[in-house]
Write a protein that binds this ligand. Structure first.
Ligand code: ATP
Ligand code: MG
Length: 224
């Protein structure tokens, strides 16, 4: 079965990349070939004459096959700012058709492609399109990553409503416990669980380093 998921989050820095790699591991352990894609990345360094982003490199490294960097990250924007501003500064226009072309190529190679968004669900990509529009053209079910920290209930409810408003199927949400001393953490997770009409696919515990094997065992995603 050819498919994939679109990984969005309640904000930037909530754990989308770590979660995407953990999901890739989880699916690979089920016997599926998987690639990760970060179509638009803001915040890149110049490596051997090519702008590259740390998230995209991590996704490339963890794929089931070695694929060309540019296919995983067609838009590598230098400055770590909102993608539409980073693109404008680089005199570049993010085009969904170009992302779709690369996505189809990746999907022809493997069973599943996991696509990480940039920022949150409504982060703009250009003057008239945002991450929600990207998820729509990719036609992928959405997974919402929620960093369990103060304010997360509001952010999770807002993001979930916006996903539903876009008529995008939501495959579920994942709680990322990136704050080791978060007060009433379990109560926050329970509240979000009641508020969202989508399954909780896993609670990723705090880890001192990115232990993707360990994190992948905390996920439950059954793909038909
Ligand atoms: N399970 C975890 N345990 C501990 N820390 C975590 C965990 N998951 C994420 N983090 C912390 O949160 C940081 C941000 O995670 P990550 O890079 O996955 O976020 P992101 O949503 O992909 O960010 P961006 O918006 O920049 O793409 C990590 O560098 C790490 O410090
Ligand atoms: Mg990321």
């Amino acid at each position: 079965m050819k498919g994939g998921f679109f990984i969005t989050g309640t904000d930037t820095g909530v754990g989308k990349t770590w979660t995407t790699v953990a999901l890739m591991r989880h699916l690979q352990k089920q016997g599926r070939s998987v690639l990760g894609m970060k179509p638009v990345a803001a915040g890149c360094t110049l490596n051997d004459g090519q702008w590259q982003n740390a998230d995209a490199l991590l996704l490339q490294e963890n794929g089931s096959l070695t694929v060309d960097y540019r296919c995983i990250n067609p838009y590598a924007l230098r400055d770590p700012v909102s993608p539409h501003i980073a693109a404008a500064q680089a005199d570049c226009n993010v085009q969904l058709e170009e992302i779709l072309r690369n996505f189809y190529h990746l999907r022809s190679l493997v069973d599943m492609v996991l696509v990480e968004g940039a920022g949150g669900w409504l982060a703009p990509l250009n003057d008239h399109q945002d991450i929600a529009d990207l998820a729509a053209v990719l036609e992928l079910p959405v997974i919402l990553v929620v960093a369990i920290r103060l304010g997360c209930i509001n952010h999770a409810r807002l993001s979930y409503r916006a996903i539903l408003a876009a008529s995008q199927p939501c495959a579920g949400w994942i709680a990322v416990c990136s704050e080791p001393n978060m007060l009433v953490r379990d109560e926050n997770i329970a509240t979000i669980r009641r508020a969202l009409d989508a399954p909780l696919l896993g609670v990723l515990p705090y880890t001192h380093y990115p232990d993707f094997n360990f994190l992948s065992k905390r996920l439950k995603l059954d793909v038909a």
